[in-house]
Design a protein around this ligand. Structure first.
Ligand SMILES: [Zn+2]
Ligand SMILES: [Zn+2]
Length: 324
């Protein structure tokens, strides 16, 4: 008996994907388009999973109540574009194609790239442990990506779009600048390739990590308890990162899924009194503009902060030359 995912993926492939591929002359993608359909369905499933868990939390145990939820609408658009479109494309297509290509080139040159499992062969007998090791490594790498995005002005200009939201909900996880998203996915793909994550595990890992990330943005009073929030990033923990006090480039709680990196590197703050979120320096376009207005404002801020850095560098060089 055919499972409902495969049936639906087959239907989508036949009625939607193949006609489009024919139209553009991209028939070499026909075989993989079935798997793409499967992952698009997983993308939808992920949105449904987020809705099933986070919606009741926000409805029955909300932290903040707003009269208008208009600003949340744009975040929903971000989520749909990211999870149903970009997510399957990058995590499955790009990762799979790159891995096949790189491994092919290296093998042709007589070099077999090492993986986590080939370096530590005992892991071959422990697939669940290996899966979690991959998750820890990806999350540790993401901790540094996020921390660096608060360190460099041009990068914070893009990331400020994520922080500008004053009405933070579980939809806000995907509220990111396109360029910031591109760096995030590339970062994960490169780490995944370096440690040799099998192509079918990569999208599953990303599904799991992104689910916790969505939950951590939820507008809810629900807590994980003292121990729980030290094991997995909770909505309170991430809210402190978005809090007005922590707003801007100098922040805390950079971890997306596991709080260990913040605890080890002394950037953790487990306070529970943060309610208001947003970036007081953000202009209105970044806060409640349309999708395009937010993208434009993010890019403008990025350029402005990069130029300010340059001017500062130039001024300090002039001072040094003048012996000031
Ligand atoms: Zn941040
Ligand atoms: Zn966030």
């Amino acid at each position: 008996m055919i499972d409902p995912f495969s049936w639906l993926a087959g239907w989508m492939q036949e009625h939607w994907l193949i006609p489009v591929l024919y139209h553009f002359g991209w028939m070499e993608w026909e075989d993989t388009s079935f798997l793409w359909a499967i992952f698009a369905i997983y993308g939808v499933l992920q949105v449904v999973m987020n809705l099933a868990v986070c919606m009741p939390l926000e409805r029955f145990w909300p932290l903040q109540k707003w009269e208008s939820r208009e600003a949340v609408g744009t975040d929903i658009l971000y989520t749909l574009v990211a999870r149903v479109g970009v997510f399957p494309l990058v995590t499955f297509f790009v990762f799979y194609q790159l891995q096949t290509w790189i491994n092919g080139v290296l093998t042709d040159h007589g070099y077999i790239p090492p993986t986590l499992e080939s370096t530590f062969p005992t892991l071959l007998d422990h697939p669940v442990l290996t899966f979690f090791l991959y998750a820890f490594i990806l999350d540790f790498a993401d901790y540094w990506r996020h921390r660096l995005s608060h360190t460099f002005g041009w990068w914070y200009g893009l990331h400020a779009l994520h922080h500008a939201q004053e009405k933070m909900t579980f939809w806000s996880d995907d509220r990111n600048h396109l360029l910031d998203d591109t760096i995030t996915y590339l970062w994960a793909v490169v780490i995944g390739l370096l440690i040799g994550i099998p192509p079918l595990q990569f999208p599953l890992l990303m599904l799991m990590l992104r689910f916790i990330e969505s939950l951590s943005h939820a507008n809810t009073r629900m807590t994980f308890g003292w121990l729980g929030e030290r094991l997995v990033v909770s909505p309170q923990f991430h809210r402190v990162h978005h809090g007005l006090k922590a707003a801007g480039r100098r922040s805390c709680n950079y971890g997306a899924v596991f709080p260990y990196w913040d605890m080890i590197l002394r950037t953790a703050d487990f306070s529970h009194d943060v309610v208001e979120t947003g970036d007081p320096k953000a202009d209105r376009a970044l806060i409640d503009g349309s999708w395009w207005a937010q993208q434009r404002a993010g890019l403008k801020l990025s350029v402005r902060l990069a130029l300010r850095r340059r001017r500062k560098d130039a001024a300090s060089t002039t001072d040094a030359v003048a012996g000031r």
